[in-house]
Design a protein around this ligand. Structure first.
Ligand code: COA
Ligand code: AMP
Length: 632
């Protein structure tokens, strides 16, 4: 069947389409219907089913006789280790971890926070929660203790599972002091913490609260899979919004299983037994969907890579992993390829490896620029597929569905909507815009299975953030257009979210940190174009009158503060001190005009500007950083 037929088939009868897809999942009790619209616009999928995620991701493959197949390969150039875990071993390890958690009181519905680097134990922790019906929330290791504390207070975990450390190429990240600091800061306290001690660092345990990953599993009864209702939350994953408070995206169990399973064949063109690699981190949605759950649900081998695209040890490391482990489909962020291209512009290192198993390269997480796509196509001689999605959706909104039909690639476009998504570009009045017209990208409700049903403990915020601007639609926060052939083009965010090295960050959250500096009277943070990371945050500071510190000292303190409060992942390294911020007469800071000036793009000062001279000051300040050259 061609893509157009599959998409039309879904559109004609979504209920039949999603019931058909549900047949690939092992149900404890199968759903009698797919969509539940009784609480619209809060839609649910497969509500009346009973199912277990861990069973579908692990046990069913063992039961089907594939216990000896490799489930997880850990390839860690930063620790110079590699090892593999079969499905049978994974089942046993997860069952005993789940048993140990249950023996300490973790039950269905309890939250468990996971703070771990790229080790297989992170996936085992996620799967052990899924086995019990506990709701995990994984926090990325590059966040600071205060960000961890915010998440602890929001999801109120009964337990925290953490590693003693993470390993970055330049240093060991001491997770335990960050964890202890976060628990001190948080109002909510977990009952206990499980610490996975790594060779690189043995952390000191706090008596009465901390238990060792290895010790606490001895002598416990392994746990069986606990069936949960289809709408039971599988996990909460925090992502950046407009304000400093992160949004707790909820993923419901049954839709997650059905949708991810569908994508593995239809989008990524892999079958049971194939090797699939997403070079991301378990702390992000890509890690949830395509390092952990998707490949395992489909019975593939997944790779947990602990390293960087460059420097561990060189720009050939991705090609080595692909060759050595016979990867068929590979998924990474454009930033990673830009980093490789910078070190190996001719792609010469590719020739050192046998990449004959690699059929397709997938890119997502940020805009894929044409130079990078062309470079990758030339170097690898395989299709390079851009696809577009978000933490909220959990899987691709638009893609080139290689398992259905390889559609012509249009460079600059993530191709076409996937079944389940009725994507529309809306004008300011909320009406569908004609092809080629730029507007807000929205998806007609209901969103498909596997997407967020709500935000954790914040139904109002969910409604306000996504469903209010365009009634009847989900607002993606991205702007773009659709061409005459139905291909989508993603051009910019419509909110204060920026994308740094494929990491989604909130400029609003960064402004809150800067504003807390005692010498800062007013501030703004914008994302400026960056050749490697796509965007890079840049702060503007207006200082209080009478400040005795030098500008350089205040900037250095602000950089330090950002690292301490949000974490190294914010990558906040630059700020400028200015006299005033450009604003409209009603006091709105002209951030998008500032971005255009910084990126040397044409801009027009809005008619409502309070003082046009403020823009000149911005330009002069930006030029000291080598930005804002040749501005119109
Ligand atoms: N734990 C702790 N710190 C972390 C971390 C983690 N898991 N991941 C990153 N950091 C730190 C880094 O050490 C760095 O700290 P520094 O300021 O002291 O150097 C900072 O956070 C920024 O990290 P990063 O964005 O990785 O930048 P980099 O300059 O170290 O590396 C790239 C540049 C391009 C190699 C890297 O950004 C990269 O691999 N990007 C691809 C990202 C990706 O796959 N995203 C997918 C999301 S879907
Ligand atoms: P995240 O929730 O971290 O996955 O970030 C989602 C956001 O990243 C999207 O809303 C887009 O702004 C951006 N994004 C992700 N994939 C793409 C893509 N293929 N092209 C352009 N932008 C993308």
């Amino acid at each position: 069947m061609a893509y157009a037929d599959v998409y039309a088939g879904w559109k004609a009868n979504p209920e039949a389409f999603w019931m058909e897809q549900s047949k690939s999942i092992d149900w404890h009790s199968a759903p009698t219907h797919a969509l539940n619209a009784t609480r619209a616009p809060f839609y649910e999928w497969y509500t009346d089913s009973m199912v277990n995620t861990c069973w579908n991701a692990v046990d069913r493959h063992v039961e089907a006789g594939r216990g000896a197949q490799i489930a997880i390969i850990h390839d860690s150039p930063v620790t110079r280790t590699k090892h593999s875990i079969t499905y049978a071993e994974l089942r046993n390890r997860v069952a005993s971890l789940a048993g140990a958690l249950r023996a300490k009181g973790v039950e269905k519905g309890d939250r468990v926070l996971i703070y771990m680097p790229m080790v297989p134990e992170a996936l085992e922790a996620m799967l052990a929660c899924a086995r019990l019906g506990a709701v995990h929330s994984v926090v990325f290791g590059g966040f600071a203790a205060s960000e961890l504390a915010v998440r602890i207070d929001d999801c109120k975990p009964k337990a925290i599972i953490a590693a003693s450390c993470g390993v970055e190429p330049s240093r060991v990240i001491h997770y335990k002091p960050l964890l202890d600091g976060a628990i001190d800061m948080a109002t909510h306290k977990p009952d206990f913490c499980v610490i996975f001690q790594r060779e690189q660092e043995v952390a000191k345990l706090i008596e009465g609260r901390d238990v060792s990953w290895h010790g606490f599993q001895y002598g416990v009864e392994p746990a069986d899979c606990v069936p949960v209702p289809g709408n039971h939350p599988a996990y909460i994953l925090y992502t950046s919004g407009t304000t400093g408070a992160p949004k707790g995206v909820v993923r419901a169990t049954a839709g997650h299983l059905v949708a991810l399973n569908w994508t593995m064949k239809n989008v990524y063109n892999v079958d049971t037994g194939d090797v699939f690699w997403a070079a991301s981190d378990v702390g992000w949605v890509v890690g949830h969907s395509y390092i952990c759950y998707g490949p395992l649900i489909a019975g593939c081998t997944t790779i947990v890579f602990e390293g960087k695209p460059v420097g561990t040890p060189d720009a050939g490391t991705f090609w080595r992993v692909i060759a050595e482990h016979k990867v068929k489909s590979f998924f990474t962020a454009p930033t990673a390829l830009r980093a490789i291209k910078r070190d190996d512009p001719q792609g010469k290192l590719v020739a050192d490896y046998n990449l004959s198993n690699l059929k397709t390269l997938y890119l997502a997480g940020e805009r894929a620029d044409p130079d990078t796509i062309n470079w990758a196509m030339t170097a690898l001689k395989i299709p390079v597929i851009d696809h577009w999605w978000q933490t909220e959706t959990g899987w691709a909104i638009a893609a080139n569905p290689m398992g259905i039909e390889a559609l012509p690639v249009k460079i600059g476009s993530p191709s076409v909507p996937m079944p389940g998504y009725d994507v529309q570009v809306l004008d300011e009045g909320g009406h569908p815009a004609p092809p080629g017209t730029l507007g807000a990208i929205a998806v007609k409700l209901p969103l498909p299975p596997g997407t967020l049903p709500t935000l954790w403990n914040a139904e109002d915020r969910f409604e306000k953030s996504y469903l209010t601007t365009y009634p009847g639609y989900y607002e993606t926060g991205d702007a773009g257009y659709i061409d005459d052939d139905g291909y989508l083009y993603i051009m910019a965010r419509t909110d204060d979210v920026i994308n740094v090295a494929g990491h989604r960050l909130s400029t609003g959250a960064m402004e809150e940190v800067l504003a807390s500096h005692p010498d800062v009277a007013e501030c703004a943070v914008i994302g400026v174009a960056d050749q490697l990371k796509g965007q890079s945050p840049l702060g503007f500071l207006c200082l209080n009158a009478g400040t005795t510190k030098s500008d350089a000292d205040v900037i250095a303190e602000c950089v330090k503060l950002m690292r301490a409060r949000i974490g190294p992942v914010a990558d906040f390294k630059r700020a400028l001190v200015i006299q005033r911020l450009p604003k409209t007469r009603s006091g709105k800071i002209l951030r998008s005009t500032m971005v255009k000036i910084a990126d040397s793009a044409p801009f027009k000062a809005p008619a409502t500007i309070e003082d046009p001279a403020a823009l000149d000051e911005i330009r002069t300040a930006l030029q000291t950083l080598g930005l804002a050259n040749g501005t119109a």
